[in-house]
Structure formats: C-alpha cells, structure tokens
Design a binder for this molecule. Structure first.
Ligand code: SF4
Ligand code: SF4
Length: 380
C-alpha cells in the first residue's frame, strides 16, 4: 500500500479505506441511475455524447459514453476482467467488503493497482456486441425455468467517483474534483500525457487522445448541468433508461430526491464494481434475468434485494411513478412527488418542471373510419 494515504469512509463497501489524497466531500455530488432492463443498445447516448464533445482527428478513440454487451463486450478490451484478476478474490460479509480495493492492494511506492491497455485494445468499441453467454442458440432452444442463455447491455460513462482512481493516480495533480458538484475534470493545460489516470481509472474512462497527446474524459456536460439541464446521454436516451441528479450520503438521504430514493431508500440501484473502492456515482438497476453470481461480482451484495424490490414496481405507485419520470424531461429535477396517478418533478427552487401520468391513457379508434372510408389495422 502507498505510504502517503488518508483514511476515508466508503459507504459502498461499508468501511473505512485508504486513499492517496485528502478527499473532502464536495458541496453536491452529481449522480446517475441507469435501468439496465430497459436499454435497447441503440447507441443514441453514445452518439449524442460524441457529437457534442469530441471532434477532429484523434476523436476515433474517444467514446466517453459507450454501451457494451456483457458478458463478452469490453471497451477497452478486457477492462474489468484484467483488473479483477489482479485484485484476486475478495469476500463480502454482512455488507462489508473484506478484500482489498485498488488503493489498498497497491505495492510499496505505488498509489494504486492499475491496468494500462494497449492501443489496439481501444480499437474495437463494439467487440462482443450481442454475443450471448452459454454458446450459441440451437434450433428448438427456448426459455424454460431459468435463462441459460443470456446477455445484457451495460451503459458506461465516467462515474465521477467520490474517491477517483484518476485523481489518485495523477502525479501532476492535473485531474481534479470540483467542489461545487463533484464533477471530475482534467486540466488540459497541466496534463502532460503521462497516462497515469488512464492506468489508474478502474473503469477505463480516462482516455489518451493520440493527437493532442493529453488525457481526456467525460465532463458530465458541465455547461448544460450548470444551466439546469441533464447530461446529453440522459436527455437523448431513446429507451428512457436514465436519470441524472445529485446524491446525498446515506445518512442525509432524502425521500423526495430521485437519486437518493432509488439508491438509499428503495435500494434498487447499485454501484458498478464497488469493490474497486472509488465509490462510483453511476448506479445501475440490475437486469432481472441474469444469473445472480454474475451480478453479485459486478454490483455487490445488494443484487437480490434490488431485483426483488424492482419486481414490486407494478404495485408500488411511488416507485413506478419515479421510474416513469425517467426520460420525461431534459431538465434536472431534484425533487419528486407521486400523487393521484401522476408523477411530478420539481427543481431546486420548488418549481414544477414536469408532470406525467403513471399509466398512459389508451384511446380506442373505430375499426372502420367512415370519414376517410378506410379500415384500420391498429385501433388502440
Ligand atoms: S440511448 Fe438509452 S436505450 Fe439507447 S443505448 Fe443508450 S442507454 Fe441504451
Ligand atoms: S470513472 Fe475513472 S475517470 Fe471517472 S472519476 Fe472514476 S476513476 Fe476518474
């Protein structure tokens, strides 16, 4: 373990842990919830991000948002399995992670355990796309009691971690976390392209730009966020699987804050690889059809309860209402209320910014339209 460490509390692993820098909590912390069950891998989010923020030569390697197919999809190649292999097996006991985080597993003189991908590893963002676990689909295959054959889409952006590996790794202190909202940025004037952040980010969301010879990453659309708008990947999501907002620590969680409610109260949204120790701030509603062991190593011990609770959504008006608010507006709503069949979102000032019915009304049209003298194939 590195010697110049500080002890910080990481609620996602249920204990104190070592971190190379002092990490006072920001005034606010940006956060996202992605409902994996609803993603159709259309990659609209990927292109929305790309066309907004990356341009010119060298942008070919810049997929700040990507959607990969698990279990075989990786961007860059093997990004998670290589690090998991280095860290070895770590057990959880009653919600506490007993293994070593990337910071605790560092050798003397190192800040963390990292992986440096080869240039070729970044060249195939759609590797493993739509490949299923369990071999191929044979004639006559069908689902019986469990999904023997499965896959799911994993939507990935920078997690704007509370204890970022990229910040911890940079010897020039070019990577920093903003005090006002916890967004993690790379100072392009300070960066010398050493790529320590690329190696140190366990999610491989800091990327080396081959033309500018500097590292770049997701900037959480900070100009839009500052004006009260959700990030581009959220606002453009076709499947309405995403919501953006701010998260509080568990002991300050609010019942009416959408992110707090999903993460801390309903506990249906979980961090990706919490055992890495960076306390990531993108939370995932796990896919209900995937083997639990696979999900456990990916999202931690909260998986069974999260899926159980998610399945109650049809009878839980508050949860269902909040899920309906996903993708209902491009503005940030920091409070929500569900009442009399409607879900309502409010901004920080308490102004209503969106109102949607929880059950969409159905209209039935006549099979034969006398006015146009035509029959309809679709009448509802
Ligand atoms: S836009 Fe939404 S539905 Fe489409 S790939 Fe991205 S996260 Fe999935
Ligand atoms: S996901 Fe990676 S790049 Fe983003 S803040 Fe965390 S460690 Fe840094």
């Amino acid at each position: 373990m590195a010697t110049d460490t500080h002890s910080v509390f990481n609620w996602q692993i249920g204990r104190e842990m070592a971190y190379p820098y002092e990490a006072p909590p920001p005034k606010k912390q940006v956060a996202w919830v992605f409902d994996i069950n609803k993603c159709i891998a259309c990659q609209t989010c990927t292109l929305a991000c790309k066309t907004t923020w990356t341009a010119g030569k060298g942008q070919e390697y810049m997929w700040w948002n990507n959607v990969e197919t698990k279990p075989w999809g990786f961007y860059p190649l093997g990004w998670d399995v290589r690090l998991l292999d280095k860290l070895g097996v770590g057990n959880w006991e009653k919600g506490v992670y007993k293994g070593k985080t990337i910071f605790e597993a560092a050798k003397a003189g190192e800040r963390l355990v990292g992986v440096q991908p080869e240039e070729e590893d970044w060249a195939h963002p759609n590797i493993g796309e739509d490949e299923i676990a369990g071999g191929s689909v044979a004639a006559g295959d069908h689902i019986t009691d469990v999904h023997r054959i499965w896959m799911f889409y994993l939507q990935r952006i920078c997690n704007h971690c509370s204890y970022p590996g990229c910040v911890g790794a940079c010897s020039r202190k070019s990577v920093y976390k903003r005090d006002e909202d916890g967004i993690v940025l790379i100072d392009q004037d300070r960066c010398r392209g050493y790529q320590e952040c690329v190696r140190g980010c366990p999610y491989k969301k800091s990327m080396f730009h081959p033309r500018s010879r500097k590292s770049q990453k997701c900037i959480s659309c900070y100009p839009a966020v500052g004006e009260g708008y959700q990030t581009q990947c959220v606002a453009n999501c076709i499947g309405k699987i995403r919501v953006f907002g701010h998260i509080n620590p568990p002991d300050k969680a609010r019942d009416d804050n959408p992110i707090d409610y999903l993460v801390h109260k309903a506990k249906i949204a979980l961090p990706l690889y919490p055992q890495f120790g960076t306390q990531p701030n993108v939370y995932y509603i796990p896919p209900v059809h995937v083997p639990r062991q696979f999900l456990f190593q990916m999202f931690g011990p909260g998986v069974p309860e999260a899926i159980k609770k998610y399945r109650t959504a049809p009878d839980d008006e508050k949860l269902r209402g909040l899920l309906v608010l996903f993708g209902s507006t491009d503005k940030i709503f920091t409070r929500f209320k569900v009442t009399s069949g409607e879900a309502i979102g409010y901004n920080d000032k308490g102004d209503e910014i969106v109102r949607v019915p929880i059950t969409e009304p159905t209209y039935r049209r006549p099979f034969f339209d006398e006015e146009r003298n035509v029959y309809r194939h679709s009448i509802t």
